[in-house]
Structures are given as structure tokens and as C-alpha cells.
Design a protein around this ligand. Structure first.
Ligand SMILES: CC(C)(COP(=O)(O)OP(=O)(O)OC[C@H]1O[C@@H](n2cnc3c(N)ncnc32)[C@H](O)[C@@H]1OP(=O)(O)O)[C@@H](O)C(=O)NCCC(=O)NCCS
Length: 202
């Protein structure tokens, strides 16, 4: 289905005030969804370490080694600042900096707020990741998801090819022994697809 939300490339001037809300959305994915495949954290998690982690991710976005995409309600005015509570979802691509791999990117975060799921938000975020990555000369994206999860279904439905599964890949925070499997995906992308809305620099 077509998403009722829109994707926006993170822009410091317009979106810096959203960083605590980005960290809170990420925290809810770890504490409620128990998503532990991505990032260094296990539940239960407080906001402080996440805020520091996000500071580094924003710096990478500023240095153009990472792409951060936000899912927000459609805005009639391109320069109108969204409110924190407007944040509906998030995605990120880490851009490989190696000489051999500087045409690749890794979608290493994809989260849609609980209230906004099954409305095409994740599909829009993935498409925006592909568009912005292609604009930066990236033609190959990879991703890894928790096996047998909605995220796995999402990447499959977005045309990502499954490479395989690794069982018992990630700790869960339940106990030292309980681990989750991971599914690995890739997609060769072309510069076509959905244009992510990019707020022009002032
Ligand atoms: C995974 C996640 C991002 C999906 O977000 P979403 O906005 O609900 O996904 P979409 O509505 O864009 O779904 C796109 C397609 O993926 C599939 N899909 C997504 N969630 C699904 C679910 N719960 N059950 C079945 N299919 C699902 C469907 O094919 C769907 O297309 P359709 O609705 O037209 O059938 C969301 O569930 C989430 O944030 N989960 C917690 C965080 C997480 O696990 N992130 C990934 C880390 S690896």
C-alpha cells in the first residue's frame, strides 16, 4: 500500500531537535520489539547511551559516510519544522569507505513506530535509502535482519535477495544462552525509484 507518511533526508537545520525522539524510537525497538540484531545494545536500555550513540551517527551523516532518513507526516510547507511526536520511523545506510567497496552501502537500521506499521512506511524508508544511496554512487545495498521477523518479510517484499541464514547469531538479553538467527540480504539498485524529499540547503 502507498504510505500515508513521507520520507525526508535528515537535515541538521530542520531535524536536530528530533534527535532525542530518534533515540527514543530506537530504544522502543530494543525494549519492546527486542530487536538486537542491529547496533551494540541489549534490552533493557536507557536513553543516555543511545543519545551518545546517535551523536556519532549524526556526525557520520554530516561527514557523508552515512545516510539518515526520517519518516514523517506529509508537510505542506517544505521548510516547516516537524514536531518530535511526528517522528514515525527511521532508516540508515552506512556507506562503505574502502577503495574496493565504495560502491556499497549497508542498511543498518530500519524502524517504524508501532502505531504506524503495516502502512507501507518501511517500504518507503527502504526506497528512500536506495534513492539516496544511488545518488551517492552506490549500486549495491546489503542488509541483515532477525530471521523469521517482520523485517525479513519487509526486505523480501522490497526485492532484496536472501543470501542465507546464520543461526544463533545475536544475543537477546533474555539470558546468556538464548540467541537469535540472522538473515542476510542484498540488492543491486538503480537510480530510478522514489525520490526522498530533500529539504534544500538554506
Ligand atoms: C520491520 C518493520 C520496520 C516493518 O515496518 P512496516 O512499516 O510495518 O512495514 P511495511 O508496512 O512497509 O511493510 C512492507 C511489506 O513487508 C511485509 N511485512 C512487514 N511487516 C509484516 C508483518 N508484521 N507481517 C507480515 N508481513 C509484513 C509485507 O509484505 C508488507 O507489505 P504489505 O503490507 O503490502 O503486505 C517494523 O515492523 C519494525 O519497526 N519492527 C521493529 C524494528 C525491527 O525489527 N527493525 C528491523 C531490524 S533488523
Amino acid at each position: 500500500m502507498a504510505s500515508p507518511s513521507e520520507t525526508y533526508l535528515f537535515h541538521p537545520e530542520h531535524h536536530t531537535h528530533l534527535i532525542p525522539y530518534m533515540a527514543a524510537l530506537h530504544a522502543s525497538s530494543i525494549n519492546i520489539d527486542r530487536t538486537t540484531i542491529i547496533g551494540p545494545f541489549l534490552p533493557p536500555l536507557s536513553l543516555e547511551p543511545l543519545l551518545l550513540w546517535w551523536k556519532d551517527r549524526i556526525a557520520e551523516h554530516q561527514a557523508q559516510t552515512r545516510i539518515i532518513i526520517l519518516l514523517l507526516p506529509p508537510s505542506e510547507k517544505a521548510n516547516q519544522k516537524p514536531k518530535g511526536e511526528d517522528l514515525r520511523g527511521l532508516a540508515m545506510v552506512e556507506l562503505d569507505q574502502s577503495q574496493a567497496g565504495n560502491f556499497r552501502g549497508v542498511i543498518d537500521l530500519l524502524i517504524v513506530g508501532q502505531k504506524f506499521r503495516r502502512q507501507g512506511g518501511a517500504r518507503s524508508l527502504v526506497q528512500a535509502c536506495e534513492y539516496e544511496s544511488a545518488k551517492k554512487g552506490r549500486s549495491l545495498l546489503t542488509a541483515r535482519t532477525e530471521s523469521d521477523s517482520p523485517a525479513e518479510l519487509t526486505f523480501r517484499s522490497c526485492g532484496y535477495h536472501e543470501v542465507g541464514k546464520i543461526p544463533n547469531f545475536s544475543r537477546t538479553g533474555v539470558d546468556a544462552a538464548t540467541k537469535k538467527g540472522v538473515t542476510l540480504f542484498y540488492k543491486e539498485i538503480l537510480l530510478q525509484i522514489h525520490r526522498s524529499r530533500t529539504i534544500p540547503a538554506a
